[in-house]
Design a protein around this ligand. Structure first.
Ligand code: SME
Length: 138
């Protein structure tokens, strides 16, 4: 629909803004949950193409956040056992769930090419971003 098209353009603009303004945000994208099939589906993103367009709940950092409803900060992806590698250039990752009316409908996922760049400030900032994003689904 036109509404979905407009929303995706806004989501892509947010990805672009974050990627271009924060030097350690090297891949920025949204995944959206299908609670019937228990899978995450890649939405708008900026950065390297990924094979992981569909991720089962529980799998990888993203899949774990779909079930935990909590932020997941990974300072060093090499130290994670339940991790889905997209690119060898990725060293760290942060995933923050996206809530609409209290329901976890997806997440923002950010990969970095440096080790341990994400602080509590990134978590608070991305939570704020997701509160704004949630308005697009109201
Ligand atoms: N690394 C993620 C998979 C998605 S890519 O980062 C885009 C994970 O372990 O869930």
């Amino acid at each position: 629909t036109d509404a979905t098209h407009t929303r995706d353009e806004k989501l892509l603009a947010i990805c672009t803004l974050l990627n271009e303004n924060i030097d350690y945000y090297n891949w920025v994208g949204f995944y959206f949950a299908n609670h019937e099939t228990k899978t995450l589906h890649l939405g708008p993103y900026i950065g390297a193409e990924t094979d992981h367009t569909v991720i089962p709940f529980g799998k990888g950092i993203c899949g774990q956040v779909a079930e935990s409803n909590a932020n997941f900060v990974v300072p060093d992806v090499a130290a994670q056992d339940n991790y889905i590698a997209c690119s060898f250039t990725v060293k760290s990752e942060i995933v923050v769930p996206l809530f609409v009316d209290g329901k976890n409908i997806g997440q923002i996922d950010i990969d970095s090419h440096v080790i341990d760049p994400f602080t509590a400030d990134d978590e608070r900032f991305l939570e704020f971003v997701n509160v704004q994003v949630a308005q697009l689904f109201a």
